[in-house]
Design a protein around this ligand. Structure first.
Ligand code: 5GP
Ligand code: ZN
Length: 113
């Protein structure tokens, strides 16, 4: 998927500061954050959405989301946390490479999801 921006970011073809990286995932800050610290979990392999991604990898992404939520809550001292994952234009997906949103929430932040 040479034209996929998240493939390029996840695999380091486009440089980005990673909050976390291993052989399967890269976690980056969202370019248009909904809140302070809004991050994205990107699998390095290309799958468009929840329909395409293998269940095992989706499960690993969720385990990583849990770890990131705990760590980010500690570091950012947020008051709550949303984990969001959009599939299809009608559901608000704009980048068609599977990703999970990690959205720290703060008292009174009024974030609309
Ligand atoms: P979606 O709407 O597909 O669930 O989420 C796509 C997210 O990717 C949006 O929150 C948007 O701000 C973010 N985004 C789009 N392009 C880039 C990019 O080039 N770099 C980063 N870091 N985030 C991006
Ligand atoms: Zn991709």
């Amino acid at each position: 998927m040479s034209e996929c921006i998240f493939c390029k970011i996840a695999n380091g073809e486009i440089p980005s500061a990673a909050l976390f990286e291993d052989e399967k995932f890269r976690v980056i800050l969202d370019l248009g954050p909904a809140s302070r610290g809004h991050a994205l979990i990107l699998p390095k392999a290309h799958y468009a959405d929840i329909y395409e991604i293998p269940g095992e990898l989706a499960a690993e992404a969720m385990v990583l989301a849990k770890k990131m939520a705990v760590k980010m809550t500690e570091v950012l001292k947020c008051d709550g946390f949303n984990i969001v994952q959009n599939n299809g234009e009608v559901a608000g997906q704009t980048v068609f490479h599977f990703h999970m949103h990690l959205i720290p929430r703060y008292e009174g932040d009024n974030v609309a999801l």
